[in-house]
Design a protein around this ligand. Structure first.
Ligand SMILES: [Mn+2]
Length: 318
């Protein structure tokens, strides 16, 4: 019998698995990737009698692969908070799905384990940008302000590590980062002792300094457009830089365009924090766009559509 652990490469996916494997250590094959790489189940070569744990990736986006596994008599534990659609009714599937906006996968795992490894769930909630949920969940830990900020930074850094076009852009392959985290029951020990933590913090600070040095193409009280160069640091930092900009200017909508090596842009849009709507409709009006109301993106914006995008960006957030 073989075990497969399939998880999103961001903080939520890694910290969800961390809790489960601290509670029940076992040898498993890890299947993960960059944050946007969510069609992971189709890569799992499980056979009859094997056991697959799936964390923090949409069931709807993995439906065919999931059904194929269940047909092959593979047992699946599926824990997630993304849109799932219809959940297959099958005796080999245990699905724990909760799409409530204040929930993340690691918090669902924390509930399942009775809070046994709560500090890691708090790290994940910060990483998923659920600051209120993280602070609420952390109450039983009685953290002081410094400790709370440490878990917040750790969540931010692990989340940041997952952004990139491919794993070559990342400081650590998410599977390698998980292996470094795995020995630590306590995230504060990871922060104190682990070299990987320092590398993530330094990488984050350096990439953010690069991004902060970029002058906006457009900057008004209501709209800002940034164009980042074709570089690994841009692809790593655009998501977290967008989040920081949004927090600093809650009345403003933000568009971050990253140049691609073969022309055109990858686009990420953040609705104003004060009114978190519009990003999804704007992005979906382009063929390769998608996302949520507060945060959405376009995988490929051709160079010649830049002006059209800027026009629609202004109209989307009047
Ligand atoms: Mn998540």
């Amino acid at each position: 019998m073989a075990y497969f652990d399939v998880f999103n490469g961001d903080a939520d996916g890694i910290c969800a698995l961390q809790q489960l494997r601290l509670a029940r250590p076992l040898e498993s094959e890890l299947v993960t990737g960059v944050k946007r790489d969510i069609k992971l189940l189709e890569r799992v070569p499980a056979k009859s009698g094997d056991y697959v744990t799936t964390l923090d990736i949409s069931l709807d986006k993995n439906r065919e692969a999931l059904e194929a596994l269940l047909e092959r008599d593979v047992a699946v534990l599926y824990i997630d908070h993304h849109f799932a659609g219809n959940i297959p009714d099958h005796p080999s599937l245990e699905a724990v799905i909760d799409t409530a906006p204040e929930v993340c996968t690691a918090l669902l795992v924390n509930d399942r384990l009775g809070g046994k490894f709560l500090p890691w769930a708090v790290v994940a909630a910060f990483g998923d940008n659920l600051f209120d949920s993280a602070r609420r969940a952390a109450a039983p830990l009685g953290l002081d302000e410094t400790q709370s900020e440490e878990l917040q930074s750790l969540g931010l850094y692990i989340n940041y590590n997952a952004y990139g076009e491919s794993v070559e852009d990342l400081h650590f392959h998410p599977a390698d980062l998980y292996r470094k985290i795995q020995p630590y029951e306590n995230p504060f020990a990871f922060i104190r002792e682990e070299e990987a933590y320092r590398r993530l913090r330094e990488g984050y600070e350096e990439d953010m300094a690069n991004a902060r040095a970029v002058s906006p193409e457009i900057e008004t009280d209501t709209h800002a457009v940034y164009i980042l160069p074709d570089a690994a640091w841009s692809r790593r930092v655009s998501g977290v830089f967008g989040n920081e900009m949004a927090r600093q200017h809650p009345q403003r909508a933000h568009a971050l365009l990253t140049r691609k090596s073969h022309g055109g842009y990858v686009v990420s849009v953040r609705s104003p924090l004060a009114n978190k709507v519009g990003a999804d409709d704007l992005c979906r009006s382009f063929p390769t766009g998608g996302g949520r109301k507060a945060a959405a993106g376009i995988n490929h914006l051709p160079q010649e559509e830049l002006d059209e995008f800027v026009d629609r960006f202004h109209r989307a957030f009047p």
